[in-house]
Design a protein around this ligand. Sequence first.
Ligand SMILES: [Zn+2]
Ligand SMILES: [Zn+2]
Length: 582
Amino acid sequence: MNNLDNLRHTTSHLLAAAVLKLYPKAKITLGPPIENGFYYDIDFEDVKISDSDLPKIEEEMKKIIKSWEKIEGKELKENEAKKLFADNPYKLELIDEIVKRGEKITIYQSGDFIDLCRGGHIENPKKEIKYFKLLKIAGAYWRGDEKNKMLTRIYGTIFPTKEELDKYLWQLEEAKKRDHKKIGKELQLFLIPEEIGQGLLIWMPKGATIRREIENLIIKEQTKRGYLHVYSPHIGKKSLWQTSGHWDLYREKMYSPMIIDNEEYLIKPMNCPMHMMVYKSKPRSYRDLPIRIAENATVYRYEQTGELSGMLRVRHITQDDSHIFCREDQVVDEFLAVFDYIKFLLKIFKINDYYLRLGLRSKKEKYLGSDEIWNKAEEKIVQAVEKEGINYLKSEGDAAFYGPKLDVVIKDSLGRNWQAGTIQVDFMLPERFNLEYIDENNQIKRPVVIHRAPLGSLERFIGLLIEHYAGAFPLWLSPIQIAVLPVSDKFNLITRKIYQYLKEKNFRTVHLDNNETLSKKIRWATLQKIPYMIIIGDKEVKELKRELPEKISVRTREGKDLREINFYEFIDSLKSQIENFS
Ligand SMILES: [Zn+2]
Ligand SMILES: [Zn+2]
């Protein structure tokens, strides 16, 4: 445990102490540190606790901490411990488990509060526990098992400095405002109707526009980088995924087979076997390699109901998928080329902060292939990453079942970590699908496959972008780029001409020729996060010589007014912004 964990865990003791002062009948259970804070699970019995009780508990914590000069541990015998916690069945259950494991029973005391605990505290609670806050209340089953009693979980957080606490609380507030579900509704980007089913998403016209722009970018850029694009079906024979190994090792994420002409078919959870067929469609020579087959492919996976969350976790995802078939001596270079492409993409989305997580095998889980092959694949990845000098973390147990993988973990504008894309080196599927090529000595060889999806899932990635940009997409991605606003009815004719002109020039635009006041029109366009509003009134039309006005007024969604702008220069500047992905 690191020091921050110790600080947080010690504060969870303080929380429990305050709760017991205020609610002497409560039974405290477990209080671990977690990412960004801590919690304590408590059985309040018949007392109902809500968020409005938190300030009171916080006040009590501030009183108690004054007497916590230190926190001291002590070992107890089983009978002593059971006597001490005689009226707390949860602690008694924990004591029995500790005894069964043959471990020592330890208790820790601060002031007059004692808890059963295995340790991991700070030395001087009174001095260090300053900048904390209780955040919310939730329900949690004892030991996470729904057969057990529902307890009350109180979440809190603490940081070593006031600045860090304030920043985190700001982040929480900001994250609420930026929630993609909320913004997605306001801007009508997507829909998950109960009638269709949980986790099944419709891209509404505006959301579909964003997705299409990103897909166009992907296809254009990948084409430049030597990828060949295909389209493949959404279902296929079950035997495909038996061959790939998914049926055996990935089944809990797959939907049940359906019968077509007396044969079992599956809706695809992965796209890999489809691209293997493309490779196998003709004999390959060493000169043909690498072959990069790509597809923005929708795959279907079972996610548990409780884990579904707006666009971030749905039951169908569209991957910017590709399989690169190459010779072993090409793996490192191909890997680096993929990484270069990922950097290109992240730069476009103005995501500057990211690191790589190298997923390796864990001892427990099931994998395909021999240790020898795994070692070779892991070695190739490390070689590539180190050649580039990229920062990476090793993460045991995060590998795919057919090979090690490298995940791109990005930081958004609120400083939160998200897993985006992934690259995987695979020596297994070529074996299973019997992929071959003829080498320079006319020998039959196996290619290596690199699976890669730099953005991961478009659903998840665009959900992330909504929060990253707080709905204010850059011009090139904005579903509506320009709103044209006549000051009043009498300008509708000229604004219609402007609107038509913009449409002809391929801008996504809207003409607000309704009966609303100008300020209402501006307000609507601002709330819709439309980057630019062209406003036409007396001033602009007075100078009218040709059909379209030479000078216009422009307002940005940030509320900046630009006056007497040359219309054509403005249009040119927007075009170049779009070309630069601004
Ligand atoms: Zn403790
Ligand atoms: Zn694949």
